[in-house]
Design a protein around this ligand. Structure first.
Ligand SMILES: Cc1cc2nc3c(=O)[nH]c(=O)nc-3n(C[C@H](O)[C@H](O)[C@H](O)COP(=O)(O)OP(=O)(O)OC[C@H]3O[C@@H](n4cnc5c(N)ncnc54)[C@H](O)[C@@H]3O)c2cc1C
Length: 439
């Protein structure tokens, strides 16, 4: 889905309850009370739609990219938290029994503890959920443990807030709004059922097996998978999948990895994997024949369909993985556009596929620029870090403003590069990036 369609879809879902409440013919209360109710309702609808922004829906993650999706997820969660926290404090209407001459509860708030309990519990739980997510990388528990806690916690909050909304909400007495709250809550639950039950069931019929695991540089491995009993994956060069290696498809042990092969090179999929934590550290020990399941393709770091007159690929370390897939595809398609690859690494032994990159340079004319921050004696290539100065120097010529730029690497490198390219006059829609870390 394209950005405009996704934005319209998102806003419709999030604003629908407020719109229905506004259209309902209830006599208004004072501004603070309406603000309090509005803040609570908006917080709840944002929380419900957060489930779609989990990064597991292809139409979203391929439309705007995983990092944008997850950044939005994080920012909107914080906004919902603020709204939820202020929600109870604006009310001026007193808590009291409903008055017989006030059927729309314009004059009193319900004092029923049962109706309030869900809201109070959710009000206490939501900050923990958001703060634990913000602090995740600094806490010592495993990524998978956090993932379960985050999913279960979010569902629990939805259940509690739904109970509170339907029982204490003045506007939720309207049957249409009641139905919308229920439908959105069922939708949130359905996203979890889809991700954790339906997708794995579908994956059962699409088994992959490990063909080889080969070291390609210091602590970097090439993993090749082949489809078993099916034709493989339809993807675009530069996209990524959630890879479940050696577990059953219902397992939560799956990690995102970019595909480094070219779609037209055949059904096998290549990955370039850097040893980092619990699962990637063991990647080199994966036996040939190990079963794998894939969820994807996701991501919008793609050249396919882009008409820019030149292509610049800027990679740091293992960020070369998706860009390698793109370079391989451009070569297979004999794409005539000028192509530049800037590939930064700390040390020479971290450079992957050096021979292949040299042959790309020879056969396809790709200009390959290696940059090392810790060069060995005798290194004749560029040295230093990939900073604004280097980017300005390499991409200053006026016609390069019209090029397409694809970035993948450490967050700092990408931020500096993005800022510098924009400062050089490159429109932001010509700069695509994929972040491997979205903390
Ligand atoms: C879109 C995308 C594409 C990627 N492509 C590549 C690639 O081609 N090659 C490569 O080497 N690395 C890639 N990564 C990074 C890779 O996913 C992590 O290095 C890997 O998941 C770490 O797993 P671990 O169990 O070894 O480390 P852990 O110690 O468990 O985790 C280290 C960090 O990795 C991240 N991480 C761990 N598990 C997951 C998970 N299931 N989902 C999301 N993040 C997780 C978390 O930030 C965590 O803090 C990519 C990441 C993303 C988001």
């Amino acid at each position: 889905m394209k950005l405009k369609a996704l934005t319209a879809f998102y806003l419709t879902l999030v604003l629908l309850p407020l719109l229905l409440a506004w259209m309902g013919a209830r006599p208004p209360r004072g501004i603070p009370d309406e603000l309090a109710t509005g803040a609570g309702m908006l917080a709840f609808s944002i929380i419900l739609v957060e489930f779609i922004l989990s990064g597991r829906f292809r139409s979203v993650s391929s439309g705007v990219g995983l990092d944008v999706t997850l950044r939005l997820h994080q920012l909107l969660a914080r906004f919902a938290l603020v709204l939820a926290l202020v929600h109870p404090f604006f009310y001026r209407t007193p808590f009291a029994r409903q008055l017989p001459w006030d059927p729309t509860r314009q004059l009193t708030l319900t004092p029923d503890f049962w109706a309030m309990a869900g809201g109070i519990l959710a009000w206490l739980l939501l900050p923990s959920l958001v703060l634990l997510a913000i602090a995740r990388s600094k806490l010592s528990y495993k990524y998978e443990a956090w993932r379960i806690m985050h999913g279960v916690g979010a569902l629990l909050i939805v259940g509690l807030v739904l109970h509170h909304t339907l029982n204490a909400g003045r506007y939720s007495e309207d049957p249409v709004l009641r139905f919308v709250w229920l439908a959105l809550s069922v939708g949130a639950l359905a996203t979890m059922i889809f991700v954790y039950l339906i997708k794995p069931l579908l994956q059962l019929g699409r088994v992959w097996r490990v063909v080889s695991v080969t070291p390609v540089a210091n602590r970097m491995w090439e993993l090749i998978l082949k489809p078993t009993g099916h034709k493989g994956l339809k993807y675009k060069a530069g996209q990524f999948v959630w890879l479940n290696l050696g577990h059953n498809p219902f397992s939560i042990y799956e990690n995102p990895f970019s595909i480094s092969s070219a779609p037209t090179s055949g059904p096998n999929l290549n990955f370039l994997i850097k040893e980092l934590g619990d699962s990637t550290r063991l990647i080199g020990k994966t036996p040939v024949g190990t079963t794998a399941y894939l969820d994807g393709p996701h991501g919008n770091l793609v050249v396919s369909g882009r008409k820019e007159p030149g292509i610049a690929l800027i990679a740091g370390g293992v960020g070369i993985a998706p860009l390698l897939g793109i370079l391989r595809q451009l070569k297979l398609e004999k794409d005539p556009r000028p192509t530049v690859l800037v590939y930064g690494n700390r040390a020479e032994d971290r450079i992957t596929y050096r021979d292949e990159l040299e042959s790309l340079s020879r056969d396809h004319g790709t200009k390959v620029i290696h940059v090392l921050s810790e060069p060995p004696p005798g290194w004749t290539g560029r040295t230093g870090i990939m900073d604004a100065k280097l980017i300005a120097e390499l991409f200053q010529s006026p016609e390069m403003k019209d090029w397409l730029y694809l970035l993948c690497g450490p967050v700092k490198m990408m931020t500096v590069t993005e800022d510098e390219l924009i400062a050089l006059g490159v429109p932001s829609n010509q700069v695509l990036s994929e972040r491997f870390n979205y903390d």
